[in-house]
Design a protein around this ligand. Structure first.
Ligand code: PEP
Length: 252
């Protein structure tokens, strides 16, 4: 059985003192969960988050990285740099990066390869826009994004990838895909992975749902057949709320 992985994406929020306070209270609220818990924090919080998450079950991730290892790329941070301070996960290809920072399927693929070369686990985001959904091409878009993102990876690497299916129209809007729709989209991503990498890889790869997940809809989403947890933006900023999402399986 696949594990559930629940990751918070703080985006460009939280100063180091806020991150420290958050982890202090959040760690106590999630200490008994069997679900995997990840906080993806801004670069400036990484060191503090790593220090304060020591001895807890919280893993720390970054929200982006460059695909080159080093060099004249002012303002960028490489996978090697993240690994050197103990970061375990990195979000790659979030729709906000695709939309505002010209991230493409090609750069996403290069970043995933660089992440693996440095022993970082990528959380790879795919998702359709509202226009694409309304045009009936959502499945085509998300399966193509998945295929491009994973192109050239070894089967053992694909097994370690976390895919986050995030319909763009549901991110930060309060609109959530129905659990049935989200599950069906995730099934088509899993099916695409099955076609290319086989049953064993497809049965093991973790595929999350993201898009306005809250404590009130987490259980319904995460108890479907194919949704293996969530990538959570806004609701991960409040420790009590995010803890309820992580502990969704304790809800009545
Ligand atoms: C996200 O940023 O990945 C996300 C899903 O945001 P939100 O939960 O706020 O919709």
């Amino acid at each position: 059985m696949r594990r559930k992985v629940i990751a918070g994406n703080w985006k460009m929020n939280m100063l180091p003192n806020e991150a420290i306070e958050y982890i202090e209270s959040f760690s106590k609220l999630v200490e008994n969960t069997k679900n995997e818990v990840i906080l993806c924090v801004p670069y400036t919080d990484l060191f503090y988050a790593l220090m304060n998450a020591q001895g807890t079950n919280i893993k720390i991730g970054a929200q982006n990285m460059h695909f080159e290892e080093k060099g004249a790329y002012t303002g960028e941070v490489s996978a090697k740099m993240l690994k050197s301070i103990g970061v375990e996960y990195v979000i790659i290809g979030h729709s906000e990066r695709r939309q505002y920072f010209a991230e493409t399927d090609e750069t996403v693929n290069k970043k995933i390869k660089a992440a693996f070369a440095n022993d970082l686990k990528p959380i790879v985001c795919v998702g359709e826009t509202l226009e694409q959904r309304e045009a009936g091409i959502a499945e085509k878009v998300i399966t193509e994004q998945t295929r491009f993102a994973l192109d050239g990876l070894e089967k053992e690497q694909v097994k370690k990838v976390i895919v986050a299916y995030e319909p763009i129209w549901a991110i930060g809007t309060g609109k959530t895909a129905t659990s049935e729709d989200a599950n069906n989209s995730i099934k088509s991503i899993r099916n695409e992975i099955k076609k290319i990498y086989g049953d064993d890889v497809a049965d093991n790869v973790i595929i999350q749902y993201g898009g306005s997940v809250k404590s009130s809809n987490a259980k319904e989403l995460f108890t479907t057949s194919d949704i293996d947890g969530g990538l959570v933006g806004g609701a991960s900023l409040v420790p009590e709320e995010f803890a309820k999402i992580v502990n969704y399986d304790e809800q009545q």
